[in-house]
Write a protein that binds this ligand. Structure first.
Ligand code: SAH
Length: 200
């Protein structure tokens, strides 16, 4: 078993987007944040031996971390070709992964846990809602990154679907200068990991 800090280091070494696609909001999860989320899920018993879906998996950082912590299997769901290409390279040394190259709406396998950093919906309105609804359809346990400001919206959506917000972990998410309209080299925005659980 590796430690949390070792996990963060391993995750910092994987390849990220070469030319992020702005329309698809391709912002990679920072390795420290990815390690924080995955470690938390691991401590909650939601990773080891579990089947996991990573919706909007991008270059695969979250999936990679789950496999390092002994997930039974990870599905990577991503519709963009180049991201899938990089994710395949990143995950090539690991087993128990399956790529689903298509739109998140088309994925219908039941899983134990969803771990996702989906688009926040700043380019395509309501895409965050589409990801969350899909996650609630396929799993009873969800770790999902969103802008902290969307907290009330997420709580309402969870409630409507018989889920509850079990915990919220806050992060300052670094957005590196990836697009011409970014003025500072690193901008930080408030992002939270929402842990959702199906009501029993
Ligand atoms: N989860 C990755 C990437 C986050 S960026 C990480 O943590 O680093 C969000 C990803 O969602 C991008 O790779 C984008 O291409 C993908 N995406 C956006 N809309 C999608 C859709 N409708 N179906 C599948 N993937 C989508």
């Amino acid at each position: 078993m590796i430690s949390k800090s070792k996990l963060a280091i391993e995750l910092s070494n994987i390849k990220t987007f070469l030319q992020p696609d702005l329309r698809l909001e391709q912002y990679p999860t920072d390795s420290e944040i990815a390690a924080g989320v995955i470690w938390k899920a691991y401590l909650n018993g939601d990773i080891k031996g579990k089947i996991i879906a990573d919706l909007g998996s991008g270059t695969g950082i979250l999936s990679y971390g789950c496999l390092l912590l002994d997930a039974k299997k990870v599905y990577l769901i991503e519709k963009e070709k180049l991201a899938n290409h990089i994710a395949k390279e990143n995950l090539s040394p690991l087993k128990n992964r399956e790529f689903f190259e298509g739109d998140v709406s088309q994925f219908n396998k039941k899983v134990d846990t969803v771990i996702q950093n989906p688009p926040f919906g700043t380019k395509t309105r309501h895409i965050d809602k589409i990801f969350l609804k899909k996650a609630m359809q396929i799993s009873d346990k969800i770790y999902s990154l969103h802008k902290t400001s969307t907290k009330d919206f997420i709580a309402r959506l969870a409630e409507k679907n018989s889920f509850k917000v079990r915990e919220i972990i806050n992060f300052n998410y670094p957005i590196k200068q990836a697009f011409p309209f970014h003025k500072k080299p690193i901008e930080r925005i408030k992002v939270s990991c929402f842990i959702l659980e199906k009501k029993i």
